[in-house]
Design a protein around this ligand. Structure first.
Ligand SMILES: [Zn+2]
Length: 456
């Protein structure tokens, strides 16, 4: 057995269920965490119940549950800083021809860079939504799965798909869509090859047709049947922009969430990215079906999409997490920064219904775990997997937050994590990746992105 003691943190923010203690649950001043074989064995103050093989000095730090990212497109890491004036549809039309060139080298470089950026911002678990499959390229999901395994991150990749190209009235070019049969077969194959349903799993697959304007009704309906038959979650984009709403109303006479309801796409095994343009009826329906929403505030602002009704969704008991979304619309893979962003944007309409700093942290941890159907991560409690993000609060960036160092950390400028443990194993130590060479990942990313910029 391997034991690790994270010793004497300034605070351990547990995000447990005791919300009477605060919106982020119990916060333990001077707290320590004992980890045994990747599982949290004890959280408390004073002497731990057992000696540890290794001790990590927690003084001057705050320990948070490892963050859980619920929406991403890792391949976009290499196509940032484009179409900055466009809304969603104009931005997609500008970028689809570039993305049509995606291949294994691209996905390898992009996944390593994006995952490394996530880890350095305190993310221990991430999903990804890969839906671009140019003809003749082969299966790209396994490339990013290998990248996540090598870095040591907990990974929930979604096997995405599109089967409605321009010729059939969809938005994506025909060269990047699959046939309906191919999409279903390859999705099932990904589940069969990679999905691990066991407790503490490091790798789980979801099935994820892309969006109402790039996928046929048949693929949506049959994907839902497939996911339920093989026991995996369902994910898609929904109600991101008014363009999408108009598309659904014109083509189907239904609003986006009504379509999902028609197609069997609501329930505790479904989560949607964005959920910006939801009316009160939609919000109630998402809550009563226990569906999930991955809110992506920076991306929604970058594309001018709007602001998701997060407070309303929480009041209706929907499951809500945070996502960075693809770096082509976020411009970063910084989930820690999304905590601050979610809080700030929720307060734009006035303080009464805005999120607090701790509520936003809960979304980025427990909320994300609930979205991904996991009760073994998302909080620092005995028996949970030892995914812990440790942030320094004794440096220049945190000067002046002595009255409430936790609030100072969450509301201040985004920080590089000091230590990140995933399954009790160090992925970041003293602010540096330990499972990979950060400079080498950067060089590979720049090299492949230059090739993409020259050809696309
Ligand atoms: Zn997205």
């Amino acid at each position: 057995m391997t034991t690790v003691l994270l010793d004497s943190c300034e605070f351990v923010v547990t995000v447990d269920d005791d919300v009477s203690a605060g919106e982020a649950g119990t916060e333990i001043a001077g707290g320590s965490i004992l980890i045994e074989d990747g599982v949290i064995a004890w959280v408390g103050t004073g002497a731990p119940p057992a000696e540890a093989d290794e001790r990590i000095d927690g003084r001057g730090t705050i320990a948070l549950p490892g963050l859980v990212n619920t929406h991403h497109h890792l391949y976009q890491t290499l196509t940032r800083a484009r179409a900055a004036r466009e809304g969603l549809f104009g931005w997609l039309v500008a970028l689809y021809p570039v993305w049509a060139g995606v291949d294994a080298e691209w996905v390898h470089a992009a996944a390593r860079a994006g995952l490394a950026q996530l880890a350095l911002a305190g993310t221990s678990t991430t999903t990804d939504h890969h839906y671009i499959h140019p003809k003749g390229i082969g299966e790209l999901l396994e490339v990013e799965i290998e990248a996540a395994r090598a870095l040591g991150m907990r990974f929930h990749p979604c096997r995405g798909s599109m089967d409605l190209g321009e010729a059939d009235g969809g938005l994506p070019p025909d060269s990047v869509v699959e046939t309906t049969e191919q999409a279903l077969e390859r999705s099932e194959d990904a589940v069969r090859r990679f999905h691990d349903p066991s407790p503490g799993a490091m790798l789980r697959i979801a099935i994820a047709p892309c969006s109402p304007f790039s996928v046929t009704e048949r693929l949506m309906r049959e994907s839902a049947e497939l996911a339920r038959r093989v026991g995996v979650l369902l994910h898609t984009h929904l109600a991101e922009t008014l363009d999408e709403e108009r598309f659904c109303v014109e083509r189907f006479g239904r609003r986006p969430l009504e379509l999902m309801d028609d197609w069997g796409w609501v329930g505790p095994d479904v989560w949607f990215a964005h959920g910006v343009h939801l009316d009160d009826k939609d919000v109630r329906r998402i809550g009563e079906t226990s569906s999930g929403v991955a809110s992506c505030p920076s991306s929604n602002l970058r594309l001018g999409a709007g602001v998701a009704p997060v407070r309303g969704l929480l009041e209706e008991r929907a499951r809500v997490g945070l996502g960075v979304d693809g770096p082509a619309s976020n411009e970063a893979s910084d989930l820690f920064g999304e905590i601050r962003q979610a809080m700030l944007v929720s307060r734009a309409a006035g303080p009464e219904r805005g999120l607090s700093d701790r509520e936003a942290l809960r979304l980025a941890t427990r909320g994300g775990a609930e979205i991904l159907g996991r009760d073994d991560i998302g909080s620092i409690e005995r028996g949970r997997r030892a995914d812990v993000a440790v942030f320094a609060v004794d440096g220049l960036a945190q000067v002046g937050a002595e009255a409430d160092p936790v609030a100072g950390l969450l509301m201040g400028a985004s920080q590089r994590v000091r230590h990140l443990l995933v399954e009790g194993r160090p992925v970041v130590r003293d602010g540096r990746l330990v499972t990979a060479d950060e400079e080498e990942i950067g060089r590979e990313g720049h090299r492949v992105a230059r090739r993409i910029a020259e050809t696309g």
